[in-house]
Design a protein around this ligand. Structure first.
Ligand SMILES: Cc1cc2nc3c(=O)[nH]c(=O)nc-3n(C[C@H](O)[C@H](O)[C@H](O)COP(=O)(O)O)c2cc1C
Length: 398
């Protein structure tokens, strides 16, 4: 079989035939791709899992564990992915859909695809350019960048490299004056929303074993960039203890009244799993809810966020924007989340892996892969636009 016949056979779905066909000689046989022979590199990465493999090979193992692992027994981490796989699509045929448009609008912002970048900490640990590379990629692709208050660069530094839409994720300091000054800077830097992450308390066995912590110079930079006065000449242990004393991990719903008093920016709450909490967020006038279990990095044993989505979406009855993260690995996952009531999704690890593997180009590429997979799912399910994605295509358990 020559190359042309081989391509035709594959196009006709005759890969079994191809596999059985005797090779003409050794050199041609070596050209046939097999799972073990195809080496994954940034240039031929085909899916999120390829970027995971690449990142885990490149990063120091303690850093790779910090990114990829989940809390304690990692049940929720696994469940986030498994729950998406349990949901089956049952597409209606022949809807006559030719062109598919994956663009949408989230909180008044037109974006090219309904996949946003979730806030993630410590991006300088994954790539020398850190979040600056991520920010350039998000702007180039045309989506919203979530910026963690622990990302490693200041809001001003990020705004200087990216004119794309940006939301700031706040970890709440005990000293509210420090928080207020930071939010003022975020507004001045042109950020368009504030996300408050409320599921606090990461505990990962691998991090404990590896004694993983932010290097002292990065920690000092981070705290100063946030706006804290950090005493000079602290030992590593003293700096770590100083850091621990700065953060408020016991705040209540009152935090939103305080934030409302200091900013007019839209407010989102990240970490919602329960319908009653979602209703409370709506009653407080919050502009958005992120259904999330922090990618299985917080309390282990909570359900997959996709399994909580429908109840949350029903509870809020369209009165606020509903987004979802945790476990998105494929364009079909994005499609399922939209079908079950989300207006958009956020990804965390998928773009962190791509950042580690290939910087800005990697982040752009992983977004492109998810977009292509989403377009393929929309096409197969007869949805020409995001608005046409509905629960009708989800197979209900009979
Ligand atoms: C390395 C890493 C760091 C993170 N840091 C933060 C953070 O600083 N603030 C925050 O709200 N969420 C943080 N998250 C959680 C993400 O925002 C998001 O909820 C989660 O990654 C989504 O799950 P996924 O990784 O399965 O996509 C982090 C996630 C990862 C993987």
């Amino acid at each position: 079989m020559n190359r042309r016949e081989f391509s035709q056979a594959v196009a006709l779905g005759a890969s079994a035939l191809v596999a059985q066909a005797p090779a003409e000689d050794e050199s041609k046989a070596a050209e046939l791709p097999t799972k073990s022979a195809v080496k994954v590199g940034a240039a031929n990465a085909a899916c999120v899992a390829d970027y995971q493999q690449l990142a885990e090979a490149i990063l120091p193992s303690a850093t790779a564990n910090y990114v990829s692992h989940g809390s304690t027994d990692q049940q929720t981490l696994r469940e986030n992915v498994a729950a998406f796989q349990r949901i089956k699509l049952l597409p209606p045929l022949l809807h006559g859909v030719d062109k598919v448009d994956p663009s949408t609008t989230v909180l008044g912002q037109k974006i090219k695809l309904p996949v946003l970048l979730a806030p993630t900490a410590g991006q300088n640990l994954y790539h020398p350019d850190g979040i600056l590379a991520t920010a350039r990629a998000a702007a180039a692709v045309g989506t919203i960048l979530g910026v963690s208050s622990s990302c490693g660069h200041t809001p001003e530094q990020i705004a200087a490299v990216s004119t794309g839409p940006k939301w700031f994720q706040l970890y709440v300091p005990k000293d509210r004056n420090v928080g207020r000054r930071l939010i003022e800077r975020v507004e001045q830097a042109g950020f368009q929303a504030v996300i408050v992450t409320v599921d606090l308390g990461e505990r990962k066995d691998a991090d404990l074993r590896n004694r993983f912590s932010l290097p002292p110079d990065l920690l000092r930079n981070h705290l100063q960039g946030y706006g804290f006065q950090v005493p000079k000449n602290l030992s590593e242990a003293e700096l770590a203890a100083f850091n621990l004393r700065l953060w408020d991990t016991g705040f209540t719903w009152d935090i939103f009244a305080w934030l409302r008093s200091i900013t007019k920016l839209p407010l989102l709450i990240k970490g919602v799993l329960r319908a009653d909490d979602a209703k409370r967020a709506v009653d407080l006038g919050l502009q958005g809810i992120v259904v999330s279990n922090h990618g299985g990095r917080r309390l282990d044993g909570v359900p997959a966020s996709i399994d909580c989505l429908e109840k949350v979406a029903n509870a809020v009855e369209g009165r606020t924007t509903v987004l979802l993260d945790s476990g998105i690995r494929r364009g079909t996952d994005v499609f399922k989340a939209l079908a079950l009531g989300a207006q958009g999704v956020l990804i965390g690890r998928p773009y962190v892996w791509a950042l580690a593997a290939n910087g800005e180009a990697g982040v752009r590429h992983v977004l492109q892969l998810l977009e292509e997979e989403l377009i393929s799912a929309m096409h197969a399910c007869g949805c020409a636009s995001i608005a046409e994605i509905s629960p009708e295509v989800i197979l209900k358990n009979s």
